[in-house]
Write a protein that binds this ligand. Structure first.
Ligand SMILES: [Zn+2]
Length: 320
């Protein structure tokens, strides 16, 4: 399942490609994958792309929303610019992929892929797992590569979704409500992490940091890496941590996520060619997926166990 660095990588890539473009058409091949009325989004211009936890948001502007006056109920609420947008939300869940392709679809920079890695994502689009297709036009540069580009939402198991929604007060939106703090924002401190973790005193630290209400965006890959960075045995109970160890978990999470983003996440985020490995975080992982390999720090063999039902990797020497 894609985690924070994967969605962040998609966000950064999409920002370069589709801001300012108009959604010309939305083709829904699987009704289950699209929630809401697609006509609300068709014809609208893309203003902003953001991420909250594992959710990707696209703010749209159009005559129908940008020029309207807020209702009485809305004007009494917190006035934020992004609080009333028409937005598209994307959740990739287990097997979702976002593939953007320029008009020709050939050559470096004309395609990027984010999400769950599969063989067929390198092939021709659309394919049998394509659920929704967005077509874009560029009102300012009708002959550019961006004009005529497409975004494919692929999803093998169809748990992922796209939703069009309107005038949402972000902090009250159902999909965002129970999300914990953003780990890469200033507001996230080790004390907040400690306080949230202490709601799960008897849980293992590694499982607890995967709870999206403790901290948002950390899944199995980065929780393994965070525990290695913190030099803590993933089986340690939350209740056993000292303040120094809470601080180390805090730093370990941030470091794992920042390294992930730096290397483009754990999927082939930037298509170069079928052998191209540009943007592949797992080459830089310290423990995830590395059972039977030697620890890069001390040489001890990395162990794999199952913890709270998830594959858990650690160095028995470095992590106590
Ligand atoms: Zn080690």
């Amino acid at each position: 399942m894609p985690e924070l660095p994967e969605i962040e990588t998609i966000k950064l890539s999409l920002q370069k490609k589709i801001i300012g473009l108009k959604i010309q058409k939305i083709q829904i091949l699987s009704p289950k994958s699209f929630i809401g009325n697609p006509n609300l989004a068709s014809g609208q211009k893309i203003l902003k792309i953001w991420r909250k936890g594992k959710l990707l948001g696209v703010d749209l502007a159009g005559q129908s929303t940008a020029n309207r006056l807020p209702t009485t109920a809305e004007s009494g609420r917190r006035k934020t610019e992004d609080g009333r947008q028409l937005i598209l939300l994307f959740h990739l869940k287990m097997t979702g992929q976002i593939i953007w392709q320029g008009e020709s679809g050939k050559g470096e920079g004309e395609r990027f892929i984010g999400g769950h890695p599969t063989e067929d994502m390198l092939g021709k689009m659309p394919n049998t797992h394509t659920r929704v297709i967005f077509s874009f036009s560029d009102p300012l540069r009708p002959r550019s590569e961006a004009s005529g580009s497409h975004l494919y939402f692929n999803d093998q198991r169809r748990f992922g979704w796209i939703k069009v929604t309107r005038s949402v007060i972000l902090s009250e939106a159902k999909d965002l409500k129970n999300l914990g703090p953003e780990p890469l924002e200033k507001e996230f401190t080790w004390q907040i992490l400690k306080q949230n973790l202490l709601r799960h005193k008897s849980m293992s630290v590694k499982a607890a940091i995967m709870d999206q209400s403790v901290v948002s965006g950390v899944g199995n890959i980065y929780s393994n890496e965070a525990m290695f960075n913190a030099k803590l045995d993933p089986r340690r109970k939350v209740s056993s941590l000292t303040d120094i160890e809470f601080k180390n978990v805090y730093k370990g999470i941030k470091k794992a996520l920042e390294t992930g983003i730096k290397h483009g996440g754990s999927t082939l985020a930037h298509f170069v060619d079928p052998e191209g490995r540009k943007g592949y975080f797992l080459d830089y992982a310290k423990v995830y997926g590395l059972d039977h390999h030697s620890c890069k720090v001390c040489g001890t063999e990395i162990k794999k166990i199952s913890l709270a039902g998830r594959g858990t990797y650690f160095c028995p020497n470095c992590q106590k």
